[in-house]
Design a protein around this ligand. Structure first.
Ligand code: AMP
Length: 278
């Protein structure tokens, strides 16, 4: 089946074949992480729509919107290889009218952890995801655990706004040495890349412990060893549903999350840990 490129709602309606639809929202520069999401979508639905849209609303004024990688032709090739049915690639001016007023608020959960360093980021994410849901009208949508707070907030939006869409979370795909795949990794020099490995190393070391204080200390020590080239924004051990920091007596699943700049590139990563198991 020929891959369809849709630019707007009319194209999307024309492309519908009946049966279930899965949406995989992306910003393009597709890698193995995106491919794994697409494969999950493929096995779960009759038709797979991949959106490729670098969403201006989720970038702050001093962030990397203009230099974010844009590799549309290569992305189309990936989508063909993965037997995607429709690539939805809207123009920014079609998504956002100059006089637009209404948007989604991520609430308090959008202002903690990653949100504390990127004001307005999650409002921008939820607004574009809600628009994509309304345009594509999928039965299910697949998001990566790599962006754990984003995944948690999308689940909240679906619950709080009664959206009739099933959300699937997909595990983080990593390089053999542990580095989480990211479209931004292409900006890392060989030296940067070595420094960047401290993120996944710290998470692994932390996850090998059982008590919150130990987990935080162990992971922090690994980050500190990396030296001043690793500019850490935060290391957080949080409740996966709320992203509130967990207390020392917390039991069960938690997310150990880290964000740091290496040179001019900002990276995030996280792992799920089990705290104080009985
Ligand atoms: P992005 O294009 O970076 O906005 O990411 C699009 C989707 O791919 C999001 O749901 C991400 O969480 C997911 N994703 C990004 N990197 C990875 C990875 N290394 N493994 C799994 N999913 C990922």
């Amino acid at each position: 089946m020929e891959l369809i490129v849709a630019r707007g709602r009319e194209d999307l309606v024309k492309a519908r074949r009946g049966g279930t639809v899965a949406l995989v929202p992306t910003m393009g520069a597709l890698h193995e992480g995106h491919r794994s999401l697409i494969r999950q979508a493929r096995v779960r639905a009759d038709q797979v729509v991949v959106s490729i849209f670098v969403n201006p609303l989720q970038f702050g004024p001093n962030e990397d919107f203009s230099r974010y990688p844009r590799t549309f032709d290569a992305d189309l090739e990936v989508c063909r290889e993965e037997e995607v049915d429709v690539v939805f690639h809207p123009a920014a001016e079609d998504m956002y009218a100059p006089d637009r007023q209404v948007s989604v608020s991520a609430g308090e959960m959008g202002r903690v952890v990653e949100g504390a360093y990127r004001p307005g980021h999650f409002d921008g994410v939820l607004t574009v995801v809600l628009k994509l849901f309304n345009l594509v009208q999928p039965d299910l949508a697949v998001f990566g655990q790599k962006d754990a707070q984003q995944l948690a907030l999308i689940r909240r939006m679906v619950a709080d706004l009664d959206l009739p869409i099933e959300i699937l979370g997909a595990p983080t795909v990593r390089e053999p040495d542990g580095l989480a795949l990211s479209s931004r990794n292409r900006y890392l020099s060989a030296d940067d890349r070595r420094v960047a490995l401290a993120l996944s190393r710290a998470l692994r070391a932390g996850a090998a412990r059982l008590a919150p204080a130990e987990i935080r200390e162990t992971a922090r020590a690994v980050l500190d060893e990396a030296g001043p080239e690793l500019d850490v924004d935060y290391l957080a051990l949080v409740d996966p549903a709320t992203f509130a920091e967990v207390s020392d007596d917390y039991e069960g699943l938690a997310v150990l999350a880290v964000a740091a700049k290496v040179g001019t590139t900002r990276l995030i990563d996280n792992v799920t840990v089990t705290l104080n198991p009985a």
